[in-house]
Design a protein around this ligand. Structure first.
Ligand SMILES: C=CC1=C(C)c2cc3[nH]c(cc4nc(cc5[nH]c(cc1n2)c(C)c5CCC(=O)O)C(CCC(=O)O)=C4C)c(C)c3C=C
Ligand SMILES: [Fe+2]
Length: 420
């Protein structure tokens, strides 16, 4: 297929239908990352839209998440990077190469403008979501690095220390973040690798996290997956179909923050790397495991009865107290016990090899999108840290907060309103 016909095929945004940012299915003629024909049935999601893709998009199976430090002092270079990232992301999410020339078609005397490991692979539902950390606006000593301090939303303050936090600074914070989700890990890694390559000299990767096995559903069309404790995770998540809940709990609204007007239609992303002591958990009786979570292991149903999607009854009596223990995870974090707030969770399982004692370095890379972390995340995390019996099996080893601006239209770059 010629480059022109490829452009026509993808420029038309084939088959764009569906939920939120939109869901399209690429047909059999699709070309994967500018190489051989891609497999039929591969999903593509539009890059452009009112909101960034990768939030309400049905959660894909794989994640590569990266946080970057900006290494330049130049605002112009930063804006140039965001333009280049926007263009590359728009291309890659449609199954095209990162740059217009392609991985094997460029000058022999120059490095290719795409690294090549995605040749022949379809878009695989790739979404690329960008965020800005508090330190982009003000460095730790208060320096206004890029003339953005006046536009820092009050909600974008570094997260406080929580009990149970044993944070590794090398796995925390960052000036910028990129969340790449796809159904093929090579496609997600290719996206982050090429964005890092494009950013060479302007940004440096601060930390990154691979994730497998989504731990949430973000659409009612999806089955609830399981986390590494073996429990269904994502049952009561905010779903793409819940438009009113999204407006109330996920999207930043007009008037939320005068300094942060540029965030309207965006969201705040909390990232928490949670190590789970799975070997100790695995020695707990089934009944105890269920009491820690507050739901059954088989169906994910509340211990008060009914099916998976039944509302938990926290008043129902059991032996010597409520049948859903008050220190169970579901009771502690439930909206009824947190002023009604909800969050859109989009986390992933991880296993990063083994630790010095031979235990799995494993856990849940918790990602949640909220309208305001001060009301929708910090109080819930605090309550969990103080009251949740499951904390005995958890250690928080990484933490970050990012402002995720709204989506872009063709011709705009990510975060354009922030730099206007
Ligand atoms: C501060 C927010 C939360 C953190 C951190 C967190 C970590 C965490 N959660 C599980 C397992 C489950 N979580 C479930 C539900 C659930 N969790 C949070 C918040 C945090 N979880 C919320 C808001 C909810 C929904 C509560 C509700 O509305 O009922 C569940 C139950 C199934 C579900 O609804 O998703 C499980 C299981 C682990 C293992 C973990 C850290 C490693
Ligand atoms: Fe949870």
């Amino acid at each position: 297929m010629s480059r022109v016909s490829r452009r026509t095929l993808f420029g038309a945004g084939i088959g764009a239908v569906g939920v939120g940012a939109g869901l399209g299915i690429a047909g059999a003629e699709a070309v994967g990352h500018d190489g051989a024909p891609a497999a039929a049935g591969s999903r593509t999601y539009p890059f452009h839209g009112d909101h960034q893709a990768g939030i309400v998009t049905p959660a894909q199976d794989r994640l590569h998440f990266a946080a970057f430090d900006v290494t330049t002092d130049s605002r112009e270079e930063l804006v140039a990077l965001l333009k280049a990232w926007t263009e590359a992301a728009a291309r890659m999410t449609q199954g095209r190469s990162a740059g217009p020339v392609g991985p094997t078609e460029g000058d022999y005397d120059l490095p290719p403008d795409d690294t090549g490991e995605a040749i022949g692979l379809p878009a695989s539902g790739l979404t690329i979501t960008f965020g800005f950390g508090p330190t982009l606006f003000r460095s730790e000593d208060g320096t206004d690095r890029f003339g953005l301090a006046g536009k820092q939303p009050a909600a974008l303050a570094p997260l406080p220390h929580f009990p149970g936090d044993d944070l590794d600074p090398a796995r925390s914070d960052g000036d910028l973040c990129v969340q790449a989700c796809a159904d093929d890990p090579q496609v997600a890694v290719h996206a982050i690798r090429n964005l890092a390559r494009i950013g060479f000299g302007t940004v440096a990767v601060r930390w990154s996290q691979l994730g497998f096995g989504r731990t949430s559903s973000t659409s009612t069309s999806q089955q609830t997956p399981r986390n590494l404790f073996g429990f269904k995770d994502g049952t009561a998540n905010v779903k793409a179909e819940e438009r009113r809940a999204l407006d109330a709990h996920v999207w930043v609204a007009d008037g939320d923050d005068r300094a942060g007007d540029w965030m309207v239609g965006g969201s705040y992303l909390t990232a928490r790397r949670v190590n789970m002591t799975v070997e100790v958990w695995d020695r707990q009786p089934l009944g105890d495991q269920e009491k820690f979570i507050g739901r059954t292991k088989a169906e994910g149903a509340p211990l008060s009865g009914g099916g998976e999607f039944h509302r938990p009854d926290f008043t129902m009596k059991g032996d010597g107290g409520p049948i859903i223990p008050t220190d169970s995870h579901v009771s502690v974090v439930h909206p009824d016990h947190n002023g009604g707030v909800r969050m859109l969770r989009r986390g992933y399982n991880f296993v990063d090899g083994t630790d010095a004692l031979g235990g799995l370095n494993a856990g849940l890379f918790f990602l949640a999108f909220v309208r305001d972390p001060r009301t929708h995340f910090i109080p819930v995390q605090n309550s969990m840290a103080h009251n949740d019996a499951m904390m005995e099996y958890l250690k928080f080893t990484g933490s970050a907060l990012f402002a995720v601006p709204p989506g872009t239209r063709p011709g705009e770059h990510v975060g354009q309103a922030l730099f206007a």
